[in-house]
Design a protein around this ligand. Structure first.
Ligand SMILES: [Zn+2]
Length: 151
């Protein structure tokens, strides 16, 4: 048997061993990882930076897709009476009961932003989508009411 043939035979045997000893094989991988931790870390770092742009792009695409789903679910327009704004870029989510601050304190952060949060929580009824202008207006009016400048 030539060296090449021996190598090939060993490879085949190892392949068989891996499939017939899954537990031992995973333990072996674990040990190898522990023994070469720095090497694996270095590889991970290299991969992380080499794919940085790609990963960012993926996250961006995912976020936009999610925003578009949420946007569509809220009817694709500002929900302020009479407003016809339909530009997704100017849309914001608003706590209809003006309790955003309290809710964040009680329930913790929304983890990655409101758009993902409302989707994960099946679009709570007290969250509405309004354009940035009307979001400002709603809060300005609420402030005025609180200050009793108007009834
Ligand atoms: Zn509006």
């Amino acid at each position: 048997m030539t060296d090449e043939e021996k190598k090939k035979k060993k490879r085949e045997y190892m392949k068989l061993w891996r499939t017939s000893h899954p537990k031992e094989y995973s333990e072996y991988l674990k040990q190898r990882r522990l023994a070469n931790l720095e090497k694996y870390r270095e590889y991970g770092r290299k991969y992380y930076y080499a794919n940085h742009g790609k990963r960012k792009e993926c996250i961006k695409k995912g976020k936009l897709a999610r925003k578009m789903r949420v946007f569509a679910n809220y009817g694709g327009k500002c929900s302020y009476d009479g407003c016809t704004e339909t530009d997704i870029d100017v849309m914001e989510l608003h706590h209809a009961n003006l309790d955003g601050f309290k809710r964040r304190e009680e329930e913790g952060g929304v983890n990655g932003g409101m758009w993902g949060w409302v989707e994960r929580n099946n679009f709570p009824a007290d969250i509405i989508m309004v354009c940035a202008n009307h979001h400002l207006k709603i809060h300005a009016m609420a402030r005025r009411v609180a200050e009793r400048k108007i009834q």
